[in-house]
Design a protein around this ligand. Sequence first.
Ligand code: MLT
Length: 407
Amino acid sequence: MLHVNENYSKIQASYLFTEIAHRVAAHQSANPDAKIIRLGIGDVTEPLCDAVVKAMHKAVDDEATRKDFHGYGPEQGYAFLREKAAKVDFQDRGIDIAADEIFVSDGAKCDCGNIQELFGNDVKIAVGDPVYPVYVDTNVMAGRTGANDGGRYSGLVYLTCDASNGFVPGPELAEGADIVYLCYPNNPTGAVATKEQLQKWVDWANANKSLILFDAAYEAFIRTPGIPHSIYECEGARSCAIEFRSYSKTAGFTGVRCGYTVVPKGLVAYAKDGSPVELRPMWTRRQTTKFNGASYITQRGAEAIYSPEGQAQTKATIDFYLENGRLMKEALSALGYDVTGGGNSPYLWVNVKGDSWEFFDKLLKKANVVTTPGAGFGRAGEGYIRISSFNSRENVLEAVERLRNVL
Ligand code: MLT
């Protein structure tokens, strides 16, 4: 008999953002004239910058000639992109990461899920609560958890992120964990971790032979000097951390799809007999077997982000989104709400002092504004909503006006 992967029956029927999309679609169809403003899923709204567009046009022209045509690319990514990423994202900041430790992909979400193929099914996973659902759901699908009981899966270690720890939990909560997912600037809370806080995690991981999976998808939003952009800014991180980078929010690539994963040389996990096994060759093997690379056109576009024009233009767009966040944070604070995030992140995490799905429904139905209910990110997200800063200024100002009227 053909059996299904029963682990799928443990996860919620639909992915958080799919559930929200269904509710929004139902509201729109019942109110066809409603002008809905979407501040839910963190999807960019501003067009690709000029430097990227020009590079992609040029790449299309390359593909139109026999001389410059590209078929299958290297599965790890083209050297032209890996070298720029290594230099600008790491070496220019004094961080020791080489081009051959960078693996280009079609985005951080896929890599966050795929990376766990390298590890045994019995490893103990720690995740934040609230958390980006991908870290949890992919491990549930792989069978690393028991059932969901009251919003938490048995078998997972949950690191509660709340106001009492400034939304940055420490390693004292991660006892027994082999792998911990950390994400800073954080999705969903928008919190950032200091170097001292991250160093504690690195020291803990090295002492316990554990691994940090560090999601740095939002690093380009950091504006406060001294806040780490990479886990590798911490001493000893090369021997205990893998880092995910994304061009989605950095350069408006949510639809283009490109990111990369850093797997340092010498980083190991252990075989059953205790012998160390290097992860970088394993990831190389996994990618060469199951992935054919991001397209040449896409990677030429990503390369252009690192040109002086690309750096200035992408920074201007991120500054624009950060200003959206500032305007909304100011308005919500004036209305008496405690708001975390913004400033170094595109997300605002708002304490709504009540049920988060009810608050979500109220804003949707009364203000035609879509947010994300905190409970969708985990039990500790109850009582909060997440607001994304990705939208036009016109819509953000309109949303602020509507929130003032409804709240
Ligand atoms: C979010 O809204 O949390 C993100 O856009 C989801 C993602 O990056 O996959």
